[in-house]
Design a protein around this ligand. Structure first.
Ligand code: LLP
Length: 415
């Protein structure tokens, strides 16, 4: 079923005729529902579940404010994301900084903003200590496995550049204790967009094996066990929704079975999903500007790879819906953007009924890793963003770039 249902009863077609395309629109109601569904699924199994939203998935400050109002934490991946999280009202005690190849000044921002530091490599501890001893800290472990919907979104395993090899876990935690850090957690994030709920229990079991081998002998209590984000959403027909109830139930079984033998106290479960919170709450509206019959039939739209890079980058499939109601036979068309790259094409020929210049297409499931990954390549402006509020009113939450915006940073050159 089309994800346009998440916007009902709002009239997306009429709206699309009043604004410039391309543009993103997000449903406040759906974002809140996604968070509440996660909390509700976890609560029978984990009374003190720590949910953190991975800001990278969609960091529009207006969206972040909504998410912060749901009283969850944030996972930040840069100094600006930490400052932003604090500014929009996230509780920084429940928020983490998970960097990669961090600069020393990143660590300072983490300490200054009160973010829990999730260290990518314990060898950086000395750079952290130069700014003070963190109250609480976790280390990102690469458990040696990873899974995701595309090789480009797998973050664990032998090719992963994130975290430390699990064999070094003992050394890392001994270094933390020796440095006088009193409160510790542990973290892993092995890949993105996983639809198989049993995967999360599998990797938790694996992390517990690592803890048993390397941390239990050290007699260190852990405050939290963060198993990352990676909760998938179905993009394609035939893909099933992630069963979050079963996810929490099976992860909780692992906690119950394994914790008594681990000698690490009673850590809480933490997770940091990005995609699950915002993906199906966002739609990209894009207009057809030309239809070309070449060796294939191409429908050219204004929302190509500079607006939404996922198809070009990971060959990601996004469902497309024609907003105008049409009658007649469907033909096969390749939807493509205007950028000078032949990867600027939405994967797979789509069945469109009598598409016309001026028609608007809804590119669905675009709320995560959409606008945040947009660019100005070919000097295309990044698009506007709109919020459909719970009362069905519309708020513009980002202007599209104008031409002059594209030249703001060049000395001695004004547009
Ligand atoms: N935590 C950490 C440390 C991460 O690196 C990520 C995502 C997340 C949490 C959130 O993962 P999620 O729940 O959204 O799967 N641009 C790609 C996704 C890259 C994910 C990178 N890390 C895409 O468009 O599919």
């Amino acid at each position: 079923m089309s994800l346009i249902r998440n916007f009902e009863p709002f009239d997306l077609l009429t709206f699309s005729k009043t604004v410039e395309t391309p543009c993103y629109i997000y449903s406040e109601k759906r974002i809140r529902e996604n968070i509440r569904n996660l909390k509700a699924a976890a609560s029978p199994f984990f009374s003190d579940f720590r949910l953190q939203y991975a800001i990278k998935a969609n960091s529009n400050p207006h969206i972040l404010k909504i998410i912060a109002e749901e009283e969850i934490g944030a996972d930040c991946s840069s100094p600006v994301e930490m400052k932003l999280a604090k500014r929009v009202g996230f509780d920084m005690k429940k928020s983490t900084y998970t960097g990669n190849f961090e600069t020393s000044s990143d660590f300072k921002v983490a300490l200054d903003t009160g973010c829990v530091l999730n260290l990518d490599d314990h060898r950086r501890l000395k750079d952290v200590l130069a700014f003070g001893t963190p109250e609480v800290l976790s280390v990102r472990i690469n458990p040696g496995v990873g899974r995701g919907s595309h090789a480009g979104v797998v973050t664990g395993g032998k090719d992963g550049k994130f975290g430390i090899p699990h064999e070094e876990t003992g050394t890392a935690y001994k270094a933390c204790v020796d440095a006088g850090i009193k409160r510790l957690g542990i973290h892993m994030m092995t890949g993105s967009n996983n639809l198989d709920d049993s995967y999360f229990a599998e990797i938790t079991e694996l992390l517990f094996d690592i803890i048993k081998k390397h941390i239990s002998p050290l007699n260190i209590p852990l405050e939290f066990i963060n198993i990352g984000g990676g909760l998938g959403v179905p993009y394609k027909k035939g893909e099933n929704e992630l069963n979050i109830k079963s996810l929490f139930s099976s992860v909780s079984d692992v906690f119950k079975k394994r914790l008594p033998e681990l000698n690490i106290g009673t850590p809480k479960l933490a997770m940091e999903p990005g995609r699950y919170v915002v993906a199906d709450a966002g739609i990209l509206l894009t207009k057809i500007h030309h239809i070309k019959k070449s060796y294939k039939n191409f429908v050219g739209v204004d929302g190509g790879m500079t607006t939404m890079v996922r198809p070009a980058m990971y060959q990601s499939y996004h469902p497309v819906t024609q907003l105008e109601s049409k009658s007649g036979e469907a033909g096969e068309y390749w939807i493509c953007g205007q950028i000078c790259e032949n990867t600027d094409v939405y994967p797979e020929a789509r069945k469109l009924v009598n598409p016309q210049v001026g028609d608007v297409l809804a590119i669905e499931n675009s709320g995560a890793y959409g606008h945040v990954m947009s660019s100005n390549y070919n000097h295309r402006p990044r698009p506007a963003e709109y919020l459909l509020k719970e009362d069905m009113s519309i708020l513009k939450i980002r202007d599209a770039d104008n031409e002059a915006d594209l030249f703001l940073k060049y000395p001695d050159f004004k547009w």
